[in-house]
Ligand binder design. Structure first.
Ligand code: AMP
Length: 418
């Protein structure tokens, strides 16, 4: 018998049934697999873990059996490929009594980064879906192949089990054409599927819905600006539960300043880097994706370290912080204009949930727009969704922890239960 596990908040009224009610969420990266096993009779987490450095001699698996409260188990040993990684994960889950052959397992939900225009919703995976995800590889050359490998391996291990793809782009497919199109030659754009897709959609969907709950309203009644500030960062404008604008574009490079990515630059910077600085295309790609953003400006991408350096009087760290916050504020203003009426601004992800100085600075001077941050409430650490605006504030400002795994599991379970 497994102990009773407490229900997590944030699940959409999923009620108990006699059928299988566990969902395994898999997030397969190029050299890693992250996973969580959730009980959908309330959304409690039964186990979570991570396999990293797949294909290297120092592969590492960390498995945490959350339901039993037993300590995490760690193994450092070569894991050759994703198939071996998933087999090892299945072994760890089986040791807890929840192997992939468990009758309680209802489905596996896979995070898939790029669903293009085709996938507007979570989708049960079959051969045609796999072929379409493969067709989208040119739009996400690093992510979709890894996601596909994870899916194929999981299907080999449990061919009879429903497997669902939940796309990072899906929530943004409601963006109007005016927001989704780049103003470039239309025939070229269409031929190469060049448009704004947006990413982090699972997080934006979850956080906008949780923000409405925090306000005691139905998502259809509220307009929310969601600021997902992690190592990757994106903003979205959500009108009545529907995404109308987001800051990432064809790839996750556009928009806000991020840990290592530049966000918006004049595209002519690319020509200049090639013609004048002599970089080739891959070098420009690496520069903008890996050596830019906070790390490019000051050498650190962790906001905690940047704050420490600022406290010690470091000018480069100060500038990096200021560039980051300036961009963020521009997006808040722009999305305010896009929405016309804003009910809430919600901060989420590693920086958004933890870095009070970023939240304060991003909305500083916006009282005229009804945006005020209460200093004391903003300084409170941890906890669940909470308001950090004063009671008299016209627009709610909230900190809403994101939970992409719970959202993937919830969407997966809703789909397979019909
Ligand atoms: P994520 O991608 O959502 O996991 O966010 C990771 C980032 O969150 C890190 O690179 C840090 O910059 C930031 N972060 C995490 N914890 C804190 C904290 N306590 N204070 C400030 N920033 C934090």
């Amino acid at each position: 018998m497994h102990p009773t596990v407490p229900a997590a908040e944030g699940t959409r009224s999923v009620t108990a049934t006699d059928g299988p009610h566990h969902v395994l969420v898999l997030n397969s990266g190029s050299s890693s697999v992250k996973y969580q096993l959730l009980d959908m009779r309330g959304g409690a987490r039964l186990a979570s873990g991570l396999v990293e450095r797949i294909g290297e001699r120092t592969s590492r698996l960390v498995h945490t059996p959350l339901a039993t409260g037993s300590p995490a188990r760690e193994r450092v040993a070569p894991i050759a490929d994703h198939a071996a990684a998933l087999t090892a994960v299945a072994g760890e889950l089986a040791a807890d009594g929840w192997g992939l052959d468990s009758p309680e397992l209802a489905a596996i939900g896979h995070r898939v980064v790029h669903g293009g225009q085709h996938f507007t919703e979570p989708t049960v995976i079959d051969e045609a879906v796999l072929a379409e995800i493969e067709r989208l590889i040119p739009l996400a050359p690093l992510h979709n192949p890894a996601n596909l490998t994870g899916i194929r391996t999981a299907r080999e291990l449990r061919p009879d089990l429903p497997q669902v793809a939940v796309f990072d782009t899906a929530f943004h497919t409601t963006m109007p054409e005016a927001a989704a199109r780049y103003a470039i030659d239309a025939a070229t754009a269409d031929a190469h599927r060049i448009r704004r897709y947006g990413f982090h959609g699972t997080s934006h969907a979850y956080v906008s819905r949780r923000t409405a709950e925090l306000l005691g309203k139905d998502p259809s009644e509220v307009n929310v600006i969601v600021l997902h500030l992690g190592n990757g960062a994106s903003a979205s404008a959500v009108r009545g539960g529907v995404c109308v604008e987001t800051s990432m574009g064809l790839t996750p490079l556009e928009g806000l300043v991020m840990g290592t990515r530049s966000g918006d630059v004049d595209p002519a910077v690319v020509f200049h880097l090639k013609r004048v600085a002599g970089l080739d295309t891959d070098e420009v790609d690496a520069l903008l994706n890996k050596r830019s953003g906070l790390v490019g400006l000051c050498g650190d991408n962790d906001m905690r370290e940047i704050r420490r350096r600022i406290d010690g009087g470091d000018a480069a760290a100060r500038l990096a912080f200021d560039v980051y916050v300036h961009r963020l504020k521009k997006y808040v203003g722009a999305y305010y204009a896009v929405l016309g009426r804003v009910d809430a601004v919600a901060f989420t992800a590693g920086v958004g949930e933890n870095a009070a100085p970023v939240r304060a600075a991003a909305l500083d001077g916006l009282a005229g727009l009804g945006l005020v941050v209460d200093e004391e409430l903003n300084a409170v650490r941890g906890g669940g969704p909470r308001l950090i605006s004063p009671a008299h504030g016209r627009v709610a400002v909230a900190v809403v922890p994101t939970d992409e795994e719970l959202e993937i599991a919830t969407q997966t379970y809703a789909l397979v239960r019909g």
